[in-house]
Design a protein around this ligand. Sequence first.
Ligand SMILES: [Zn+2]
Length: 298
Amino acid sequence: MLLFDTHADTLFRLCFPYGENQEMDVTKEKLLRGGVSVQVMAMFVGRSDLPSIQIAFDKMLAKKEELKQNGFRQVDDLKEAKEGEGAFMLSVEGCDLLDGHGEMLSDWRRQGVRMAALTWNYDNCVATPASKDSTTGLKPFGREAVREMQRLGMAVDVSHLNEKGFYELLEMGVVPLASHSCCRKLCDHVRNLTDDQLKALFSAGGYVGVNFYPAFLQKSGKATLSHVCDHVIHMLEMGGEGHIGFGSDFDGIETKPDGLSGPQDFPKLMDALRKRGLDEKLIRGIAGENLLHYYERI
Ligand SMILES: [Zn+2]
C-alpha cells in the first residue's frame, strides 16, 4: 500500500535543533518501519531567530543533498513512489522568501519542491495567515505567485492561510491542498478548517492531510489515536472521501498523540481506522492513493 505524509519539519529540525529531546521523529529507519512510501519534508522559514531566511533555506537545501547521499531517495513526482520505500519529497512552508520574486518559484521547482504553503504565521508578500487577521485577502503579488505555482505543477498549500485568502484562491480556480490541518468543528483552533471550508475544498477537488498535533486535535491539548480517527471521520462526513490523508507535522510538534510518536506508528493508526469501520478501499485512499489522484488533477 502506498503511504504518504504531506508534512514534517525534519529538514528544519536537522538544521536548527530544538527541544530537550534531540531524537528525531522522522528517520529513514522509522519510515521503513511504518511502511511510509514518501515523506514530504518542508523547508520551513518561519522561526524568528533564524540568521536570515535565505541562509536557513540554503542550509536546508544542503541538508537534503546530504540525505540523498545517505541513501534517502528524493521523489519529484509521486508516480515514482514505491511501497514502503521511505523516500522524501520537498515542500516549502511560508512563501516569505519570495519577497516579490516570482521567478524564484522555478528554482524551487528545479530543486524538487512540489507544494508550497503561502504563509506560515507571519504576514508576507503573498498572503496573510489565519493567526494574524481574517480580513486581508491575497496580495497582488500573491495572485501572480499562485498562477506561477499552478503553471509549475506545485500544489498551493493553504495550511496556515486565513479564510479570506482561502476563498479567494477558490474563486481563482485553484485546487487547494492543506498539507497539515484538522477540523475546526472538533477543535476550535484558528489553524483548523471550518466545515464550510472543508466542503468547499473537497468539492473543488482539493486535499487535506490530517495533522497529528494534539493542540489541533483536542481543545485540552491531549490526544490519542482515536482523536486522529475522529478528524478523519468528520472530514469523510464533510465529503472528504477521495480527498484526505495524513500530514503529521512530525519534527515540528513537541507533543504527540498517545500511540503515535513517529512514522513507525502509522500501522497502529491504520488499525484504529479499521476498528472505526473504514474499509480497505477507504484506507488505501487515505494512506496514499488520494494524494496521487490529487496531483493528477492539478
Ligand atoms: Zn505548519
